[in-house]
Design a protein around this ligand. Structure first.
Ligand SMILES: NC(=O)N[C@@H](O)C(=O)O
Ligand code: NI
Length: 163
């Protein structure tokens, strides 16, 4: 039996060491557009390093299912990476603390369908993992010509299971 990781509902507090959770649950910072829009202002710590710039890409990813086999996590040493769903389906978010240059034990979260995430620069994470179709996401991350990807393949896979 592989090592199992339970999923937990995504909360800003639990995710705080790894990145930002973006949602509109709290009061907006500003009411704009003649009172017809609440602006939840500047909610992510974006970072693209001295040799990068911000880019917006659209991902059309294959949905996965739980239990989910986790073989690898990666990180972007030169920039943050935000996953903004273009739908209202929950998606799987896997992160791991750094343990001296390699990932520690991963943690798994499931969003509530109305959350986006922004991974801090250098955070170990699983790749974008939808749990339903369409797996459409806007991704805000670093565009640059220098390397920005470090992968870590586990000696033995983990299995992410529904809590
Ligand atoms: N490689 C790529 O563009 N995406 C990954 O970084 C990911 O985290 O999904
Ligand atoms: Ni990534």
């Amino acid at each position: 039996m592989t090592r199992q990781i339970p999923t937990h509902p995504l909360t800003a507090a639990a995710f705080a060491p790894f990145g930002d959770v973006l949602d509109v649950t709290g009061a907006p910072d500003k009411i704009i557009n003649q009172g017809l829009c609440g602006r939840h202002h500047d909610r992510a710590t974006l970072d693209f390093g001295p040799q990068g710039r911000a880019g917006i890409s659209l991902f059309n990813a294959e949905p996965r299912a739980l239990p989910y086999r986790l073989d690898m996590v990666e990180r972007h040493p030169e920039g943050s990476q935000a996953f903004i769903p273009m739908h209202q389906h929950p998606f799987l978010v896997i992160v791991a603390p750094d343990a001296g240059g390699v990932p520690g034990t991963p943690l798994a979260f499931v969003t509530d369908g109305a959350q986006a995430i922004n991974l801090y620069r250098g955070t170990w994470h699983g790749v974008l993992t939808p749990l339903a179709a369409p797996g459409l996401f806007a991704v805000v991350d670093r565009i640059g010509t220098t390397a920005n990807l470090q992968e870590h393949w586990f000696d033995a896979p983990y299995t992410v299971i529904d809590l």
